[in-house]
Structures are given as structure tokens and as C-alpha cells.
Design a protein around this ligand. Structure first.
Ligand SMILES: [Mg+2]
Length: 386
């Protein structure tokens, strides 16, 4: 059975939720965040929405349709802080996190090694609970085989939604939904489609090609592919302004062999630096994290005197950091490596020590070979299993 591994998460009424976390007496009330004078509502609680408040809406109008609305002004800085904490919790589950707004993002849990759909669902439900426990905000989740379906699913049953769409059932999941659920179908398009009697996603399949072409133009084939639930976009972790690069490995069985764990961590550094060089970046800080089977975890980090684009300066720190983090002599479930302190490269003409220059050339050659033959082609000493 294929396993759904793509998660979309979307915080529920994010700014209001944060205000409610800071001031629980606001819970269960008609609350909105927005400016009073000539302001706009930027977030409304579900109670306020039921009263006719939506976003964006002029505050004055919101106060007319909902006279007992509790208006809370924007609190500077705090939403970004909660957003960072939210995505930090996501990164504890998987390093494959694509943040696409302050309160929305995709996760790929595929590389984490969960063997069954039930196991994946359990860890993602665990994340939803952990976000509530730590931050007291609610987040809705969609779990599916691709980004399109996960994103639609996360928005379907808010707040505190959790919808799993098993692989293979994408088209059946979409068919009965309102046509406006598809991305790219805005309110205007939706209205004109409904005039033509296209109300649900499944209605698209009953229309002749000529009509679809006249409605969607050359994009009609893409529209039908979307209506079938097809989407092959990947979760993009390392975008241009990535704040860190990370990789983790969940062990099939818990392990306690220090040399083995050190070898795994070294291999991760060997995987990450070529990506960092390919992005034209340098990194300064290495953080090693270990996790026990009961999810307790610990980490340790070290910053080099300056940012580098080579593997070798980090090697001597792997063992000491692992020892520092792995204080309990218990077997480990997971180890991860994060490289942060990302900087743009030094100016081209900057002088390098001769040894560094040689290693740089070697690294560039290795990267080119890896790219030519696929990344499995070259295995460094640290990655060879004894
Ligand atoms: Mg949201």
C-alpha cells in the first residue's frame, strides 16, 4: 500500500489564535485582529466569522455587522516569533519543511522512514498535538500523496482539521468538492463557472473540450489534470534564502554504536555541503541533534570563526558535539545535522590558504562528478560501512 507522505499545515485564524494564546480570556469570543481607525481586519476568530466578519474587511464595516466584536490591535513581532516556533516543531519531525507563508507550509515525511500509513498519520497527529501543547494555537492538517491534495485537504474542515487522503483516491476526493476549492479558481472564475452549471469538480469532466478551452484557454488540460488530483511538485526545502540546511535519519532499529552514529552524521555533512556550494552559500554553525525512542531529544552546536563552504572544517566537531548531546547512555532513534549561519560567498578575489584552495578544487570536481553520475556514485571514506 502506498503511503501518504506530503503534509500541508495551515494555522487556524493565526493572528487571533496567537492573541488568544497570550490572553486566554479571548477564547470562544468574537475576536478580530485589526486597526481601529480606517483599518482592515487581518484575522478573525471562527465566532466572528459566523457573525459575518471576514478578511480582509474594513474594520468599520466589521464593527457594523458584528457590534460586539472584540478588536485587538496588531502586536508587533509576536506573530513572527510564533511562526518560527511553529516551524521549529515541524523541523523536529522532518527536515523537509517548505514554509510558504507566516502560518502555512508543506512537509515531506517520506524520507523519515515510516513504514505504514498508520505510522505516518500517528506522527503527524502527534505534531498537531505538540503544537497545541507548546504554543496553544490550533493548526489544520492535510495528509496526502501530493501538495495539491494536501493543501486542499488542510483547508476543508477548519479549525483543528485533520484529513487524510489515501494515495489512489485523489480524484474521488476532489470530485464532489466545490469548484472554487481548486487553486487558481478565484471568486470571479468560480461565479462564471457556476453560471455555466459547473459547480463541482466532477462537472468539469462532463464538458466538451471546446467549452473548457473557451473558459480556461490553453490552460484547460492543466485544469483537468488538477481536477484529477495530479501534481508532481516536490517540497522545496533549500530555497535561495534558506536559513539552514539539515538532514536527519531515523534508524530502523534504535542504535547505540557511537562509531556508527558518527559515520551517519559525517555522511550528512558530505551530502549537505555540495547543496550549499550549489546554492552559492557558506555556513558557519553545525548543530547535531539526537532523539531517543520516547521523543526526548538533545542537541549541541558549534560555530566556526567564519562561514565556510567545505566539509572538512566541520569534521573535527562531529564527535565532540555528539558526545555533548548524547548524554544519556540510551539507544537512539534519530540523529540529525543542521548547518546554519548561512552567508553569501566571499568575493571571488579573496585569497585562500593554499590547502583550502586545493580542497575547494577537489570539492568542485566531486560535485561535478556527483551531478554527472547521480549522487550515489561517489562515496567518501566516512560513508563506507565497516
Ligand atoms: Mg491560516
Amino acid at each position: 500500500m502506498p503511503i501518504p507522505t506530503i503534509v500541508h499545515l495551515d494555522a487556524d485564524a493565526f493572528f487571533v489564535s496567537v492573541e488568544q494564546a497570550l490572553n486566554p480570556s479571548l477564547r470562544g469570543k468574537k475576536v478580530a485582529v485589526g486597526g481601529r481607525e480606517r483599518g482592515i481586519i487581518s484575522s478573525a476568530s471562527y465566532e466572528a466569522r459566523a457573525c459575518g466578519v471576514y478578511t480582509p474587511m474594513p474594520t468599520q464595516r466589521a464593527l457594523k455587522v458584528c457590534p460586539d466584536l472584540v478588536l485587538v490591535p496588531h502586536t508587533a513581532g509576536v506573530y513572527g516569533e510564533y511562526s518560527r516556533k511553529l516551524f521549529d516543531l515541524c523541523e523536529q519531525l522532518t527536515p523537509y519543511v517548505e514554509r510558504n507563508s507566516i502560518d502555512e507550509g508543506y512537509l515531506d515525511v517520506g524520507p523519515c522512514g515510516h513504514k505504514t500509513a498508520a505510522a505516518v498519520e500517528a506522527v503527524v497527529r502527534g505534531l498537531q498535538q505538540r503544537i497545541w501543547d507548546r504554543l496553544q494555537i490550533t493548526v489544520s492538517f492535510g495528509l496526502a500523496s501530493n501538495k495539491l491534495i494536501a493543501a486542499i485537504a488542510s483547508k476543508l474542515r477548519k479549525p483543528r482539521g485533520f484529513i487524510v487522503v489515501p494515495p489512489g483516491t485523489e480524484a474521488a476526493f476532489l470530485a464532489p468538492l466545490e469548484i472554487g476549492r481548486l487553486p487558481g479558481v478565484g471568486t470571479k472564475t468560480e461565479a462564471s463557472l457556476k453560471e455555466r452549471g459547473i459547480e463541482r469538480v466532477r462537472d468539469l469532466f462532463e464538458r466538451p473540450e471546446a467549452e473548457l478551452r473557451s473558459v480556461f484557454g490553453e490552460g484547460w488540460r492543466g485544469m483537468l489534470a488538477m481536477a484529477r488530483g495530479e501534481d508532481d511538485r516536490v517540497v522545496e526545502t533549500e530555497h535561495e534564502d534558506a536559513k539552514s540546511y539539515s538532514q536527519q535519519e531515523t534508524f530502523g532499529k534504535d542504535i547505540s554504536d557511537f562509531a556508527e552514529i558518527e559515520r551517519v552524521a559525517k555522511g550528512m555533512i558530505d551530502d549537505l555541503l555540495p547543496k550549499i556550494r550549489a546554492d552559492g552559500k557558506r555556513v558557519r554553525t553545525l548543530t547535531v541533534k539526537v532523539r531517543y525512542p520516547d521523543f526526548e531529544q538533545a542537541s549541541a552546536g558549534h560555530s566556526l570563526p567564519e562561514a565556510v563552504e567545505l566539509e572538512t572544517p566541520f569534521y573535527p566537531w562531529i564527535a565532540p558535539l555528539l558526545k555533548q548531546a548524547w548524554t544519556k547512555r540510551r539507544p537512539l532513534r534519530l540523529v540529525s545535522v543542521k548547518l546554519s549561519g548561512v552567508e553569501a560567498p566571499q568575493a571571488q578575489l579573496e585569497m585562500f590558504a593554499e590547502g583550502d584552495e586545493k580542497r575547494k578544487r577537489l570539492a568542485a570536481t566531486l560535485d561535478a562528478l556527483k551531478a554527472a553520475r547521480g549522487s550515489g556514485a561517489i562515496v567518501r571514506g566516512a560513508q563506507i560501512k565497516k
